[in-house]
Structures are given as structure tokens and as C-alpha cells.
Design a protein around this ligand. Structure first.
Ligand SMILES: Cc1cc2nc3c(=O)[nH]c(=O)nc-3n(C[C@H](O)[C@H](O)[C@H](O)COP(=O)(O)OP(=O)(O)OC[C@H]3O[C@@H](n4cnc5c(N)ncnc54)[C@H](O)[C@@H]3O)c2cc1C
Length: 195
């Protein structure tokens, strides 16, 4: 993922095997029709590469950004996981991954309950404590930081962020810690610590 920023706008350029995904912010007052129009597409790509009209897009869509975690993951026989339990800014790619982590955590507990006859309440309460804690401490916090990083407007803050990234390039220990966090491995370690 790479970022482009100027004083007024940022965008995310994400290269996937067959195409580029381009994410641009929208203001609330813009109509949906304008946001997915050819005119808007041409404006966005002209800003990026000069001739926006020559760019072919295969799909244009809108989404709203939420930052939410439920107050409890388990309610009697109803157990929440994935987007039903938490929503966050897609920047960072944590949404689906954290849903998979929910279910990975939950299946061990469901096996203990359904196959081995364990008492459900303490296990499901532990599921709630573990997953809700890491969602709040890690996923929500990190996705907010990722968004703030993109919105950096002044030169001084941008220079500091660039310096921090350069430190990661040269410092093995810091880079390892950063990658463990971004790949969500640290969040799995953290949840295992929660009784
Ligand atoms: C633009 C964008 C980019 C993203 N990029 C990434 C990324 O790079 N990496 C990442 O990890 N995550 C990413 N995400 C987040 C990811 O898409 C979601 O976190 C993930 O799809 C959530 O999966 P889910 O199964 O929990 O919920 P959903 O995908 O919402 O699935 C819920 C399903 O339940 C069905 N349903 C709803 N109500 C009922 C009902 N009453 N009865 C039966 N079925 C019902 C719905 O139709 C739907 O099929 C992105 C999200 C967006 C918006």
C-alpha cells in the first residue's frame, strides 16, 4: 500500500494482482451520484497521473467508515463474531482478519462445550474478554492511527512520520515489533494472556 498526500486530500493506492484499488475520501455534502460519476473519476485520476479521462475503472463504490466494538460479545445462546461485533476503518486490512481471529478463538471453546461438556458461561465470558479487549486495544487504536497518519497535513508532521518509517527500515528490532503488530500476531499473543 502506498499513500499520496497533498495539503487537501490523500488517497490510498493498493495494487492487487490484476488491478489497482484506489481509495479517496469523500465529504458528507457530496452526493452519491457525483462521487461515482465519470467527472469525479476523471478529477481523481487527473490529480494522480495527468489524464484521468483515459483511465478505465471496473468498479466504483462508496462505503462509510465506522469505529465500533460491541459492549459484549456473548448474550446467552447468541455469540457475536466478525463485523457483527466490530467495525473499523478498512485502512490496515484488519476487518476480515479480526473476524477470522474471533472465530479461531471461539471454535476451541465451542469444541470444549459441545464435545467435552464444559460449562459454557465461563468459556464464552472469556471469549468476550479476550476478543473485546484486543479489538479495543489493538484494532480500533491501530486503524485510527493509520487514518491519522494519512491525514497528516503539515510538512513537519509528515517529515517526522517519514523519519519513523526510515528507522523501521534500518532497525531490525523495531521493524520486527512493527510487523508483528501490523500482521496482528501481537494481538493473538495479547488475547492469550487474558484469563
Ligand atoms: C472497502 C473495504 C475494504 C476492506 N478491505 C479489507 C482488507 O483488505 N482486509 C480485511 O481483513 N478486511 C477488509 N475489509 C473488511 C471486511 O470486508 C469485513 O470485515 C468482512 O467482510 C466481514 O465479514 P463478516 O462475515 O463478519 O460480515 P459480512 O461480510 O457483512 O457477512 C455477513 C453476511 O450475513 C448476511 N446476513 C445479514 N443479515 C442476515 C440475516 N438476517 N440472515 C441471513 N444472513 C444475513 C449478509 O448478507 C452477509 O452475507 C474491508 C471493508 C471495506 C468496506
Amino acid at each position: 500500500m502506498s499513500y499520496m498526500a497533498d495539503a487537501t486530500e490523500w488517497c490510498v493506492l493498493l495494487r492487487v494482482p490484476s488491478l489497482w484499488r484506489v481509495l479517496v475520501p469523500a465529504v458528507e455534502s457530496d452526493s452519491d451520484a457525483w462521487l461515482v460519476s465519470d467527472e469525479k473519476k476523471n478529477t481523481v485520476f487527473s490529480g494522480l497521473m495527468g489524464d484521468g479521462a483515459s483511465v478505465i475503472t471496473h468498479h466504483r463504490t462508496l462505503y462509510k467508515v465506522h469505529q465500533r466494538v460491541v459492549t459484549k460479545y456473548n448474550h446467552g445462546r447468541v455469540i457475536l463474531a466478525g463485523d457483527a461485533a466490530h467495525l473499523n476503518n478498512p485502512l490496515g486490512g484488519f476487518g476480515m482478519n479480526s473476524g477470522i481471529h474471533d472465530v479461531w478463538n471461539l471454535t476451541d471453546k465451542l469444541c470444549a462445550i459441545l464435545q467435552d461438556g464444559a460449562d459454557p458461561a465461563p468459556l464464552l465470558d472469556r471469549y468476550d474478554r479476550q476478543r473485546r479487549t484486543v479489538m479495543q486495544e489493538f484494532v480500533q487504536a491501530q486503524s485510527i492511527r493509520n487514518k491519522q497518519d494519512l491525514e497528516i497535513g503539515d510538512d513537519e508532521s509528515r517529515r517526522r512520520r517519514q523519519e519513523n518509517l526510515e528507522v523501521l527500515m534500518t532497525n531490525d528490532e523495531k521493524r520486527r515489533a512493527y510487523l508483528l503488530t501490523q500482521s496482528m500476531v501481537s494481538s493473538r499473543v495479547r488475547e492469550a494472556e487474558i484469563a
